[in-house]
Design a protein around this ligand. Structure first.
Ligand code: SME
Length: 155
């Protein structure tokens, strides 16, 4: 996505406002999903997975978009599970070229997953699916990493 420094500041300010507003952590995480999905046209599914490092398991948390059957994902499995293992943002510009991928819908063409940390432990992930091929740039990764730092206390 393209944004100016001023637009970036506005997005960050809004994310911080959501996190410090009234409501449960679940409600706030869902509000962040709604905000991101509305803000970026090609973000078609936005959701959080909660990580259990001991069990090496990701469990689906708040999300917006079509329901998914992938409510529990083991570390190493699919894009989300691989991102949990490498502990780094994972960008797939064309899921049709990816063999270790868990499909939610034939409409999904690309995916970006950003790990969320508490200290050096992975607490969860922000997962975004797009119906567009190759939509993501470094700007998406940079913005979403900042969002993940802001929401980390909610996990
Ligand atoms: N495609 C993901 C599964 C989760 S959904 O995108 C919501 C994956 O391969 O891990």
């Amino acid at each position: 996505m393209y944004y100016t420094e001023q637009e970036l500041d506005e997005i960050i300010t809004e994310a911080k406002r959501i996190v410090s507003a009234d409501g449960s952590n679940q409600e706030k995480l869902k509000a962040v999903c709604e905000f991101l999905k509305e803000k970026v046209k090609y973000y078609d599914w936005v959701g959080f997975y909660i990580a259990d490092e001991e069990k090496r398991l990701l469990t689906l948390g708040p999300f917006v978009g079509e329901p998914t059957e992938h409510t529990r994902i083991s570390f190493g499995q699919g894009i989300c599970g691989q991102a949990a293992e490498i502990k780094k943002p994972f960008v797939i510009q064309d899921v049709r070229k990816e063999t270790n991928y868990l499909s939610c819908s034939v409409k999904v063409m690309s995916e970006i997953v950003i790990p969320i940390f508490k200290g050096d432990k992975i607490a969860g992930e922000l997962d975004i699916d797009s119906h567009t091929v190759s939509p993501f740039s470094e700007k998406d990764t940079n913005l979403l990493e900042k969002i993940c730092e802001i929401v980390a206390p909610l996990l």
